[in-house]
Write a protein that binds this ligand. Structure first.
Ligand code: FMN
Ligand code: SF4
Length: 407
């Protein structure tokens, strides 16, 4: 238990490298929640418990997890669960930590998810550059298979589940769920037009559920500690805990486990040891590359889903980048547009041409604001996927909140 009143779950194995091994994981109660689910709960009861916890997806969109599970058709035939471990959003580094330090926790949450929605085969899609996490996860999977947690008749129940690890090739767009499905099918990773949604027609044209790694890790904890425990953890009227990847001008950057709804000022003071010596808080990215940029004067907004939308921002995967007065939000916006332009899959014109055109406009000393706004609107309205739709957010934020920087 730490000073803030809870045991730091997500990071509890951070300083115990041996915790990545099965024996140590089992010793600390590992696979107990899976056993309980298989032996004492029906799949519907698991779904109800997750719904009651208020858990929302940690991959970006924040869709309520239990509700998403409820959308999976109950028809017979193959269904798939895909675990998104592509983590390529600039500023996000929480899933990597989980994979390296607590791979069995990830596998247990994944298996519980498969049981709840009736999947007998799941895929874990790992970012290509994550060589060490891949090796650790592969070893954990072998251990789990040998011990009967993966495979046929798991723990003596009627539940069969196989897990395949799949390595990406370093494309940011493959983190988007339908592009990831295309990639696993062996095609070029490009987002699909929807509908049909992947819950109906997904991997190999079968119903598919896709989740971020942290989301499924919380499923395991919710079963272990109860939905009420999870729901009671938030701050400022929000539910649950979440991991924040904090970088920038703070004394202690890193992954911080904190209540959902905490404000950035509280995060800096209570978790990050304050600002670096000689730096004053100037602004922040509340949600990674595409979540927009806010000034320090707006540092009291609860960091969670829904609260930031009215300011043209979102929390996404909770990658918080802290700027001091030595940084320029306009430089960050330009840099991020460059990233989006390079990572655009090129499938649709508003994104492919829009990001390149925006980058050119951002190159000039004085931004052509009317033209940038018009271009941004076209990108947001007409792009196929979240990359093109959200790419203008940092630029729009700078025009709104940092006008002094752009003349
Ligand atoms: C361009 C783009 C990149 C994405 N990258 C990731 C990623 O690296 N990891 C992730 O979990 N979700 C990513 N997402 C979100 C996924 O499409 C999907 O919403 C998420 O995996 C669903 O899981 P959740 O319900 O647990 O949040 C990305 C979305 C877009 C549009
Ligand atoms: S919005 Fe961009 S990344 Fe998404 S499908 Fe269109 S071109 Fe590809």
């Amino acid at each position: 238990m730490n000073a803030r009143g809870y045991e730091p779950l997500l990071l509890k194995s951070l300083h115990r490298p041996e915790a990545a091994r099965l024996a140590a994981y089992e010793e600390s109660g590992g696979y107990r929640a899976l056993r309980r689910a298989l032996q004492e709960m029906t799949p519907d009861q698991v779904i109800e418990e997750v719904k009651a916890s208020g858990l929302r997806g940690r991959g970006g969109a924040g869709f309520p997890t239990g509700m998403k599970w409820g959308f999976m058709p109950k028809t017979p035939g193959p269904k798939y669960l895909v675990l998104n471990a592509d983590e390529s959003e600039p500023g996000t580094f929480k899933d990597r930590l989980l994979m390296e330090r607590d791979p069995h926790l990830v596998l247990e949450g994944f298996l519980i998810g498969c049981y709840a929605v009736g999947c007998s085969h799941g895929f874990i899609y790992i970012r290509g550059e994550f060589v060490k996490p891949y090796q650790i996860l592969r070893r954990a999977l072998e251990e789990a298979r040998e011990k009967g947690y993966v495979g046929k008749k798991i723990l003596g129940s009627g539940f069969d589940c196989e897990i395949t690890l799949y390595r990406g090739a370093g494309a940011y767009i493959c983190g988007e769920e339908s592009a990831m499905i295309e990639s696993i099918e062996g095609k070029r990773g490009m987002p699909r037009l929807r509908p049909p949604y992947v819950a109906q027609v997904g991997l190999f044209d079968r119903p598919t559920l896709e989740h971020n790694m942290e989301t499924l890790h919380w499923v395991r904890e919710i079963l272990e500690r109860g939905a009420d425990w999870f729901a009671s953890q938030g701050r400022n009227g929000r539910k649950g805990l979440r991991s924040f990847s904090v970088s920038g001008r703070v004394k202690k950057p890193g992954v911080h486990l904190a209540p959902a709804g905490i404000t950035v000022k509280q995060l800096i003071d209570e978790y990050c040891g304050g600002m670096l010596e000689g730096h004053a808080f100037y602004g922040y990215l509340p949600g990674g590359a595409s979540g927009g940029i806010l000034p320090a004067s707006m540092g009291d907004i609860p960091l969670d889903f829904d609260t930031l939308n009215q300011y043209g921002c979102f929390i996404g995967s909770a990658a918080i980048v802290i700027f001091s007065e030595r940084d320029k939000a306009s430089d960050a916006a330009k840099n991020l547009m460059k990233f989006f332009s390079e990572e655009s899959c090129g499938q649709c014109t508003p994104c492919r041409v829009g990001t390149a055109k925006a980058l050119k406009l951002l190159d000039s000393q004085r931004w052509d604001q009317p033209l940038l706004k018009e271009l941004s609107q076209a990108m947001m309205d007409a792009s196929i996927c979240g990359l093109g739709q959200a790419a203008p957010n940092p630029v729009l934020s700078v025009m709104k909140y940092f006008p002094q920087e752009i003349g």
